[in-house]
Design a protein around this ligand. Sequence first.
Ligand code: PLP
Length: 260
Amino acid sequence: MGDGMLTGEGRRWRRVSSSSGQSLNQVTVRSRLLSSFDSRPVYSQPSTMGDPEKRAPEPAVPFGLPMRSNHFIYDKAYTPLNHGSYGAFPAAVRDYRIQLQDQIEARPDPVIRNTLPSLLEQARTAVAPLLGVPTHEVVFVPNATTAVNTVLRNLAFDEGDVIVHFSTAYGACEKTIDYVCETTPLQSTSVTLEYPMEDAEVVQKFIERVENVYQGGRKVKIAMFDTVLTFPGVRMPWEALVKACKTWGILSLIDGGFWI
Ligand SMILES: Cc1ncc(COP(=O)(O)O)c(C=O)c1O
């Protein structure tokens, strides 16, 4: 994607340049993401999924080069241009992870039995407001693919049930849909997206497809869509898609791989 990312400025997709290449790490990608087609405010950093109108506080260290040099351990000569595969977490997170591993190795039983449950609870409590859900509904899984598998493989599907998704879905998630369709009565239908295109077109295509399924006598049980696409790295109008799903009583499975 060259030296920048694609982002939705108003309604057209454009490239955002970066002096350091930092713009393509997850944090800055989020900072650059603009509002959905109904002109919601620009997010300065991950906002709440539960209330996307809310603006998160400005970070103490500005995004861009200061964020990169203060919080990440990228080699100075390395410019990451790929936001979609192998990310990097902040140095403080790396350090804490090592510290926890050391604690576990030093005293395995007490740390795993007594300390970890309360740390896990703290982490769930911290994440819950970002998702707009109660703490008891937050479950950590190893990665986004596992999350999508967990949801899709734990639903019961009947004859005539359909899942609607987009052609831009992450490959492993699309394969999970294929698997579930091969092993249950679920059927899938994929809405083709070809960028550049308007957010409103994305929503319109989705609505048309759902209507089409109902007209054919089948029922859309669930829809899967991303918050930010893998390729191209654009923000999806996921709030509007959720809203549309709610009007039909369709479950929304949001792949928030690049969101929080
Ligand atoms: C939109 C999207 N969903 C899911 C994934 C998979 O993420 P994970 O490796 O955490 O399973 C990716 C990876 O790039 C992605 O871009």
